[in-house]
Design a protein around this ligand. Structure first.
Ligand code: ADP
Ligand code: MG
Length: 505
């Protein structure tokens, strides 16, 4: 159905509102015309009565009696659409001007409308004919005349509202009379009828035109929406590179399409990132799995192996499995963090104690590598946060620092309070992060030394997820991790934790 489309509804509303406006406007205009006509008619009646009064008075000069003067004057007043009646003091009819064939100069001899109207008053023929309708009209005029007092003229409708009448009491030659002027609404009524007829044709016509015009306009302006929805059905996860057509980027639909395209771009980027993550993750998992396989193959290739050889193989297998576990754990943590499903369990703790614990845990690794590990716990640093995660963060930084520091070097941990935040610094005397790698070390799977020593990297460093995880943990606590400085003398990683983070309210 047509109302199921936006353009149909738009056109329908538009037409309905227009119909309302047109009808209201026409009704108001009609009422105004009716009132105007009535005022005009009344003015004409008053004028006719006054003019008759004058003629009446001037006829007195010639005629012997006022009654004869009235009759004479009445003969002068023959209009096709007006009539003057004169009544005496007792309500008796003295004179009447009969509208008719011989107009006395001032009339409108062939006002067809007037004749037609006269025909409606009487059954047939003009008012003046001695018909029953004519007598009825004169009787009503007499009743109206009786209501008019001296200086108090009255208006009235006669013949069931068909004609308008005006009665005015006058004194001519010392005798009281009432002059009644009767007026058919005349040409004015025809004008009103014509107006109604015109409106009855014009309004439906205007509505049809407006409806059709509105429909086509709506269709034209909504065409981009149709084009957009057509294109949108073609966009899928495999075809995220497709974009919606933007007809005019400045109008509302263009803005919608632009916003939609921006959304698609973000989705596409997210999808690409996801695919990259999957590819990187499987790549990272492949290496330890390959080692496991190769080691097992070697061990099984000959039936006669010594227990020492088996032991050696199993140690390699254990290390590779450990590394696999490590990577899988890191991946799992990041995946849950991405999904927003990693619940923090904040608890009250002391940062200086936590740092001392971490340093203690890394001591053996540092000793094995011949690296000095320094930390001098200072004042109490109470804080609230997820202890396990924070430990993970610090251990990651220490692990990196120790691994990137040559034998005889130093790794130092410092804790300070800066502007209502705790600052944890992990300094080392390693070779530093190469300039081209500095902006990437926090990216997932990024390892600056991947190419440098593949074998060593595989065995000692992680999958390049350590710093990405560290950054996530800090941000989950409202803090940051940055590479504060780096160079040939060493690097400093800075962890900033807002002192108020996760404080109980
Ligand atoms: N203290 C450091 N000194 C020099 N380079 C570092 C240091 N810490 C991290 N890096 C660089 O940043 C990269 C990313 O670190 P990380 O995310 O922990 O991954 P991974 O430790 O698995 O290599 C490392 O491969 C290394 O190149
Ligand atoms: Mg690391």
């Amino acid at each position: 159905m047509i109302l199921d489309s936006v353009r149909g509804r738009l056109a329908a509303w538009h037409t309905a509102v227009l119909a309302l406006v047109l009808v209201a406007f026409s009704a108001a205009t009609y009422a105004f015309l009716v009132e105007l006509t009535r005022q005009r008619t009344d003015g004409l009646l008053v004028e006719t009565a006054r003019a008759f009064h004058h003629t009446f008075i001037s006829e007195l000069v010639i005629e012997s009696t006022p009654d004869a003067a009235a009759r004479h004057a009445a003969r002068e007043f023959r209009f096709s659409d007006r009539m003057v009646l004169v009544f005496g003091a007792g309500g008796e009819q003295i004179a009447s001007s009969e509208p008719g064939e011989s107009a006395g100069g001032a009339g409108e001899p062939d006002a067809g409308g007037a004749r037609m109207r006269a025909g409606r008053v009487g059954a047939s023929g003009p008012i003046g004919a001695d018909s029953s309708a004519s007598r009825l009209l004169i009787g009503e005029a007499a009743r109206l005349a009786a209501k008019a007092g001296p200086g108090a003229p009255v208006f009235g409708m006669l013949a069931g509202g068909e004609v308008r009448a005006y009665a005015e009491a006058v004194e001519v030659g010392g005798a009281p009379y009432v002059i009644v002027a009767i007026q058919h609404p005349g040409a004015e009524e025809a004008v009103l009828r014509t107006f109604l007829e015109a409106v009855a044709i014009a309004i439906p016509l205007a509505l049809v035109l407006a409806g059709a015009g509105g429909y086509f306009l709506a269709r034209k302006s909504l065409a981009p929406v149709v084009a957009m929805s057509g294109q949108a059905t073609r966009i899928s996860a495999e075809r995220l590179d497709l974009r919606l057509p933007v007809a005019n980027p400045r109008d509302e639909l263009g803005q919608l399409a632009t916003a939609f395209n921006a959304l698609l771009s973000r989705l596409e980027a997210a999808f690409r990132q996801q695919r990259q993550f999957m590819a990187d993750a499987s790549h990272e998992l492949r290496t330890p799995v390959a080692i496991l396989r190769a080691e097992a193959d070697v061990a099984l290739s000959r039936p006669d192996r010594s227990p020492a050889e088996y032991r050696e193989s199993l140690e390699v297998v254990r290390d590779a499995a450990g590394r696999l576990t490590h990577v899988v754990d890191d991946l799992f943590m990041l995946a849950r963090a991405d999904a927003g499903q990693y619940p923090l369990s904040p608890e009250d703790l002391y940062l200086e104690e936590l740092l001392a614990d971490c340093v203690r845990a890394m001591r053996s690794l540092a000793e094995r590598r011949g690296v000095r590990l320094e930390y001098a716990p200072g004042a109490e640093a109470p804080w609230r946060g997820d202890e396990a995660l924070l430990r993970h963060l610090v251990l990651n930084l220490l692990d990196n620092a120790i691994k990137h520091t040559p034998t005889g070097g130093l790794v130092a941990v410092e804790l300070a309070t800066e502007e209502s935040a705790y600052a944890i610094r992990v300094r080392d005397t390693g070779a530093g992060v190469p300039p081209e790698a500095q902006s990437h070390i926090f990216d997932r799977f990024y390892r600056a030394d991947r190419a440098r020593s593949r074998a060593e990297a595989t065995m000692t460093s992680g999958a390049g997820l350590g710093l990405a995880i560290a950054r996530w943990i800090a941000e989950a606590h409202g803090g940051t991790v940055t590479l504060e400085s780096t160079g040939p003398e060493g690097s400093t990683f800075l962890v900033k934790l807002p002192a108020a983070a996760l404080q109980p309210a």
